[in-house]
Design a protein around this ligand. Structure first.
Ligand code: GRF
Length: 183
C-alpha cells in the first residue's frame, strides 16, 4: 500500500478529489488559514500547517516536513497547488517520491500563471501535466500529460474550468498508475 501525503497552499480542490478516491495519510499546508484545511476537516483527513516564516530558514522548514513524512512513512508526496519551490532539504530525502500537477502542457507555460499565460498567448490548446519534482520550476520528468482545447467561444473562466476538470481526472489516474490503491 502506498502511503500518500498531499501538500497544498490554498484552495485544495485537487486535494479533495484525491482524498475522495484514495486514503490520504495527511495534508500539509504552508498557510495556516488555507481553505484546504477546512476541506481536510470535513473529509476527516489529518492535517498539518506551519509557515516558512516561523523558521530560521527554508532548510529548517523543510527539515520539519521531512520529519513529518518520515514519521508517517510516506511513500508518495503529491503537490497540488503547493506554491513553493521544493528545496534541497526535501529533495535530498524525497526526490523520486514527489509529484506535482501543473495546469499547462509542460514544457509550455511553466510557472505560477500556467493557465493565464496560455490564455494570453492565444493558444488553441493547452493542457495538464503531472511530473516528478526536481530542483527546477516545473521541469521534472513528465509522468502523464493531456491536451485541453481552448474553444472558440471560451471565456477565460470556461477555459480555466475545463483545465481544472481535466486535473480532477488526471490526478487519480496517475496515482493509480503509480500503484496507489483506492479506498
Ligand atoms: C491547480 O490548478 C494546480 O494545477 C496548480 O494550482 C492549482 C491548485 O488548485 N498547481 P487547488 O488548490 O487544487 O484548487
Amino acid at each position: 500500500m502506498k502511503k500518500i501525503a498531499v501538500f497544498a497552499s490554498g484552495n485544495g480542490s485537487n486535494f479533495q478529489v484525491i482524498a475522495e478516491e484514495f486514503p490520504v495519510e495527511f495534508v500539509f499546508s504552508d498557510h495556516r488559514d488555507a481553505y484546504v484545511l477546512e476541506r481536510a476537516d470535513k473529509l476527516g483527513v489529518l492535517s498539518y500547517a506551519f509557515e516558512l516564516k516561523e523558521f530560521e530558514n527554508k532548510a529548517d522548514y523543510e527539515a520539519a516536513l521531512v520529519e513529518l513524512l518520515e514519521e508517517h512513512q510516506i511513500d508518495l508526496v503529491c503537490l497540488a497547488g503547493y506554491m513553493k519551490i521544493v528545496g534541497a532539504t526535501l529533495l535530498e530525502t524525497y526526490e523520486g517520491r514527489i509529484i506535482n500537477i501543473h495546469p499547462a502542457y509542460l514544457p509550455e507555460f511553466p510557472g505560477v500563471h500556467g493557465i493565464e499565460d496560455a490564455w494570453n498567448a492565444g493558444v488553441t490548446e493547452s493542457g495538464v501535466t503531472i511530473h516528478w519534482v526536481d530542483s527546477g520550476v516545473d521541469t521534472g520528468k513528465v509522468i502523464q500529460q493531456v491536451r485541453v482545447p481552448r474553444l472558440a467561444d471560451d471565456t477565460r473562466k470556461s477555459f480555466e474550468e475545463r483545465i481544472h476538470a481535466t486535473e480532477y481526472q488526471l490526478y487519480p489516474a496517475v496515482l493509480e498508475s503509480l500503484g496507489a490503491e483506492k479506498r
